[in-house]
Design a protein around this ligand. Structure first.
Ligand code: KIV
Length: 261
């Protein structure tokens, strides 16, 4: 069954949690889609995990179009959301709308996501008929302003975060990612909002959860505290590479079955 933005709000109303993973390529998108993951986010975390950058700041709109198209091509059911990269929506609401239109036209995505308390940009894009997912708490594109990877919304800033969340809902966002905020605050925001929240390092009180797929699969060498490893793919791949090297050296590969007469 095709997941739509409305499906996520129905799941919230019924108290049913949903799962999201990032994906940047057709291969993993097809696997996660067939496994039943409800939302595939083509995150600009591609900058870190695929392109090897230290932050998501250098990621360009053209790069996101490339990743978005690949994921969409391999996905039948999951809702595909493409991140708007840094620099593609902050200048004006016109710029935000133009970037969102390019993403929708050139990738075939179902929705876009942008970071921060940008209700005007969200409203402008939503008014054009494009679903927008918000993203509050730790927003990686602002890592320089936030002085590093730090938990947000502690102490006095909690009330402002709740107000920002309400502002994005009022502007028409269909869902909201909450990243690295205290679990209690995330649960409160999830209860106050009608739209679903999606947590990453935000506790169990959110309506859905998201993980960067390379953290979930144990492929990264520096996973954050909040990520659970469901596989140890880094170790498995490294062992497989060592076995392959040995087979080639000892002429155990290729065998008869891999050769042509
Ligand atoms: O880019 C990304 O992967 C994200 C998730 C961390 C939510 O925005």
């Amino acid at each position: 069954m095709k997941i739509r933005t409305g499906t996520l709000s129905q799941l919230k109303q019924r108290g049913m949690k949903f799962s999201c993973l990032t994906s940047y390529d057709a291969l993993t998108a097809g696997i996660f889609d067939q496994a039943g993951i409800e939302v595939l986010l083509v995150g600009d975390s591609a900058g870190n995990v695929v392109l090897g950058y230290d932050t998501t700041v250098p990621v360009t709109l053209d790069q996101m179009l490339h990743f978005g198209r690949a994921v969409k091509e391999a996905t039948s059911n999951a809702l595909v959301v493409v991140d708007m990269p840094f620099g593609s929506y902050e200048v004006s609401t016109e710029q935000a709308l133009a970037s969102a239109i390019r993403i929708m036209k050139e990738t075939g995505a179902d929705a876009v996501k942008l970071e921060g308390s940008r209700a005007e940009a969200v409203k402008r894009i939503v008014d054009a008929g494009i679903p927008v997912m918000g993203h509050l708490g730790f927003t990686p594109q602002s890592v320089n302003q936030l002085s590093g990877f730090k938990v947000q919304g502690r102490g006095d800033s909690a009330a402002a975060l709740l107000e920002d969340a309400k502002g994005l809902e009022a502007a028409g966002a269909f869902a909201l990612v909450l990243e690295m905020i205290p679990a209690k605050l995330a649960a409160e925001i999830s209860q106050e909002l009608q739209i679903p929240t999606i947590g990453i390092g935000a506790g169990v009180g959110c309506d859905g959860q998201i993980l960067v797929w390379t953290d979930f699969a144990g492929l990264s060498d520096r996973s954050p505290k909040f990520a659970k490893k469901y596989l140890d793919l880094r170790v498995q791949l490294s062992e497989a590479a060592a076995a392959y090297i040995e087979d080639v050296r000892t002429e155990s590969f290729p065998g008869e079955e891999h050769s042509f007469n």
